[in-house]
Design a protein around this ligand. Structure first.
Ligand SMILES: C[S@@+](CC[C@H](N)C(=O)[O-])C[C@H]1O[C@@H](n2cnc3c(N)ncnc32)[C@H](O)[C@@H]1O
Length: 242
């Protein structure tokens, strides 16, 4: 179970909903890429989104895959409510409140076509990620795909500095593109979100290196482990259950 002293709170959900439109680099590209990778999966079955937040990715999956049901799970009441509101009344959406670190939610009646997650699995430590990858391997259908978008831990100080610079640049650019000014970027800086600049991470954030992700996925039995996108210390990769 997650450590209650270092757990995500509803206050963080509120701040995230306000800031993420600026703070998530190439957000629309990321969502399109994840949905496209799921659409290319040969398997049939439901799709799981782990830690769906306000439901942007869930809504895009439901739009693109009209025959698919999406299980959108998160720990935050307000995030789940936002997801239900965004998607509207449909039996193709199943929401559930979960603790990411718990394992009770990782079993399904029928094998999954895909499991996806964006910017959340880094709340698990290395052992937790390994266990999650192994559980998702078991939950997926043969040919099913796991698509992970997340923050990584650069392997070197130089890598962290580069990620920090790229993240600031990306947020400033989004702020200008979305609003024509730097207000969003100023909010991001005041909130001190660029953790690549921090000497120590918030204990809630436990990102792992790219190589660790790849190793743990292969160790779980996944094949076709592939990196599709990376910038500013954030990656999108996918892996297939053969
Ligand atoms: C950074 S947000 C990402 C939200 C969304 N996936 C996105 O990409 O915009 C992290 C999400 O993980 C959820 N979360 C964080 N820790 C969690 C935990 N231990 N159990 C369940 N959900 C958790 C939060 O409620 C939040 O919705």
């Amino acid at each position: 179970m997650s450590d209650p002293d270092h757990a995500w709170t509803e206050a963080e959900s509120t701040v995230y909903r306000d800031l993420s439109r600026y703070a998530v680099p190439q957000r629309e590209t990321q969502i399109a890429l994840i949905v496209d990778r799921v659409a290319r999966s040969a398997a049939i079955g439901d799709v799981l989104e782990i830690c769906c937040g306000e439901g942007l990715l869930t809504a895009a999956l439901l739009d693109r895959l009209p025959d698919t049901r999406v299980h959108a799970y998160d720990g935050s009441d307000s995030m789940l409510a936002a997801t239900r509101q965004r998607v509207g009344d449909t039996d193709r959406l199943v929401t559930r409140q979960i603790d990411l670190a718990a394992t009770d939610w990782r079993r399904f009646d029928t094998p999954l076509r895909a499991a996806v997650s964006s910017l959340a699995v880094h709340h698990l430590d290395g052992c937790g990620k390994r266990a999650l990858f192994a559980d998702l391997f078991c939950a997926l259908a043969h040919g099913g795909v796991f698509v992970l978008a997340d923050v990584i831990r650069p392997a070197t100080d130089a890598g962290a500095a580069i990620a920090g610079d790229l993240w600031d640049d990306a947020v400033e650019q989004r702020s200008l593109e979305l609003d024509g000014n730097r207000t969003g970027f100023d909010l991001f800086r005041r909130a001190d979100w660029n953790h690549f600049r921090h000497a120590a991470l918030d204990p809630m954030d436990q990102p792992s290196t790219v190589v660790e992700h790849l190793d743990w996925l292969r160790e779980a039995g996944f094949t076709g482990v592939d990196l599709h996108w990376m910038t500013a210390g954030q990656i999108i990769l996918s892996a297939v259950r053969p």
